[in-house]
Design a protein around this ligand. Structure first.
Ligand code: SF4
Ligand code: F3S
Ligand code: FES
Length: 249
């Protein structure tokens, strides 16, 4: 099949291309099962070597090729042409500064990530028998979903609250905090809840739900945010909730 790609371009170093503009490329002999990332490679290698985009693993693991494809945040390496049709529009994810073409500056995103102490804290001595700190399957289950995050930013950059105020830590940072807050072995959960109770923390989430369908790892992002909200309100980390319980604040 023949597919036309409409791509948002921008190159601050080239006069005439230093304002965002759209450019179309037509590819022939495209298979319905081809992935968008492969097609971007074809455009770059066969038609325009200046096209800039990030990618690494090509298998949905590294999280580096988040893009807005036909109006929705996705990983270019996971979405197939047959899911999109013969006209495919590709633009950078929203809410972060564009550096060149489809490449955005991820530093504000990672600054929010670092804010929530995204690492395990336990200063107690290890068990005397030399074994690891044990955890029941039930306790492990509480944060199983949020361990899957690959920090692709699809959620945060689909959130209107983040678009309106880049100081909001955003759903990805909350998902990362959730992974440690609900780990029964972690000792810094209260510190993280305090950080997320600040004005740019979880209460900037208006339960808009854009983040959950945007997640390529199928993490229930809004549910995780709701659980953190409940933990802050209850002053403890025992809440595992139904989506219907999530409140708008
Ligand atoms: Fe990406 Fe999902 Fe993690 Fe958000 S929660 S950064 S969408 S993997
Ligand atoms: Fe934004 Fe998701 Fe909340 S889209 S407002 S973080 S539910
Ligand atoms: Fe690694 Fe797509 S290139 S997730």
């Amino acid at each position: 099949m023949e597919v036309t790609f409409r791509i948002r371009r921008y190159n601050p170093e080239i006069p005439g291309k230093d304002k965002p503009y759209w450019q179309e490329f037509t590819l022939k002999d495209v298979e319905p099962t081809d992935r968008v990332l492969e097609m971007l490679h074809r455009i770059k290698w066969e038609q325009d070597g200046t096209l800039a985009f990030r990618r690494s693993c090509a298998h949905g693991i590294c999280g580096s090729d988040a893009m807005r494809i036909n109006g929705r945040n996705r990983l270019a390496c996971k979405v197939l042409v047959k899911e999109l049709g013969a006209r495919i529009q590709v633009e950078p994810i929203l809410g972060l500064p564009v550096l060149k073409d489809l490449i955005v500056d991820m530093e504000p995103f990672f600054a929010h990530y670092r804010q929530v102490m995204p690492y395990f804290v336990n200063n107690s001595p290890l068990p005397a028998d030399g074994r690891e700190r044990l955890q029941s399957p039930e306790d492990r289950e509480k944060f199983d979903d949020t361990t899957k995050c690959i920090l692709c930013a699809c959620c945060t950059t689909s959130c209107p609250s983040f678009w309106a105020n880049g100081s909001y830590v955003g759903p990805a940072a909350i998902v990362q905090a959730h992974r440690f807050i609900f780990d029964s072995r972690d000792q810094a959960w209260q510190d993280r809840l305090d950080i997320l109770a600040e004005p740019n923390g979880v209460w900037r989430c208006r339960t808009i739900f854009n983040c959950t369908p945007a997640c390529p790892r199928d993490i229930e992002v809004t549910r995780a945010i709701g659980e953190v909200k409940l933990a802050i309100r209850g002053g403890k980390r025992d809440g595992i909730i139904q989506v219907s319980q999530i409140e708008t604040h």
